[in-house]
Design a protein around this ligand. Structure first.
Ligand code: SAH
Length: 298
């Protein structure tokens, strides 16, 4: 083949090779492999700038063996959740005791749709063109925010989806703190509240220190600002100004930024109000967008 035809064929080959490579790197066992169409909408740790990537890349294989042991050993959900957390620790994704504690306390199985393998290290579809992030991404984000999730602090979870991270944040900031989830699909808000009610964070929801709201997360949630910690669970083309405004001096935001190529950015607001931004790792998240665009498939 010559000229443009050859270039197109070569381009297709390269794309296919990349897609197969990414697929295999993320999940080396069919049990855990998401479909190719799912990959389009999933948070994926792909590259590494600070040493997290390689560990993340090795986790799916391990998580697959967790799913295998689910089939064969029939341990309790709590035990399997603990095993998942232990594997994340063993592979260097979690190095903090507090992150271990909270991820052991909040059972991931209560937040994934029925019939979905809960403890596999992969994002899973939750409907409405959204996903629950992979355990290693949850662990990474909690760990990045850990210092800003101390008892009594305020946390905002934008694009709260299943409510898993909102429940983790609420558990860390405790009844004297405040954890707010904002999600623009009302059905996900309703199901996330049901998930949280079944979890160890139920009393915080009842007591009012944890709440989930339907709304456009790009506007933040001014009522309980300023926030010590802001997590954004969907990729923004650029950091929304209201989120920067609602970050407390000394506060930290973790947000995926970009369209096709995305970086997980760590945004620290300094005491003088200026912000410092650094890239943590390359990722792939669903977009932070309008509800209409999301429901139409972006
Ligand atoms: N972190 C969550 C969900 C991640 S998927 C979890 O792990 O369960 C990203 C979520 O962001 C989806 O639920 C999607 O509906 C939501 N989202 C996207 N754009 C949004 C916006 N503008 N405002 C609020 N939520 C948004």
């Amino acid at each position: 083949m010559e000229g443009p035809v050859c270039q197109v064929a070569w381009g297709c080959y390269v794309l296919l090779a990349i897609s197969i490579g990414a697929h295999c790197a993320m999940s080396s066992d069919n049990l855990a492999c998401p479909s190719t169409s799912d990959l389009r909408t999933q948070p994926v740790a792909a590259l590494d700038k600070e040493g997290i990537g390689p560990a993340m890349m090795s986790i799916p294989m391990i998580a697959c063996s967790t799913s295998l042991s689910e089939h064969h050993s029939g341990g309790s959900g709590t035990n399997k959740n603990k095993q998942m957390v232990e594997q994340l620790q063993r592979y260097g994704v979690i190095s903090s005791k507090k992150v271990v504690e909270v991820m052991e306390t909040i059972d991931r199985a209560l937040f994934v749709p029925d019939g979905t393998p809960a403890y596999v290290d992969s994002p899973m579809a939750i409907g409405y063109n959204a996903t629950i992030s992979a355990p290693h991404m949850h662990a990474t984000c909690i760990q990045l925010l850990e210092e800003n999730l101390q008892p009594g602090m305020h946390a905002l979870d934008v694009g709260s989806g299943t409510g898993y991270l909102t429940a983790c944040f609420a558990t860390m900031v405790g009844p004297q703190g405040r954890a707010i989830g904002v999600e623009h699909i009302p059905e996900l808000v309703a199901s996330s509240i049901k998930n949280i009610e079944k979890s160890a964070a139920a009393s915080l929801l009842k007591g009012g220190s944890l709440s989930v709201h339907a709304g456009d997360g790009r506007e933040g949630w001014p009522e309980h600002a300023p926030y010590d910690a802001i997590h954004v669970g969907a990729a923004a083309p650029e950091i929304p100004q209201p989120l920067i405004d609602q970050l407390k001096p000394g506060g930290r935001m973790v947000i995926p930024v970009g369209k096709i190529f995305q970086d997980l950015q760590v945004v620290d607001k300094n005491l003088d109000g200026s912000v410092s931004i650094r890239n943590k790792t390359a990722v792939r998240y669903v977009p932070l967008t309008s509800r209409d665009a999301q429901l139409k498939g972006y």
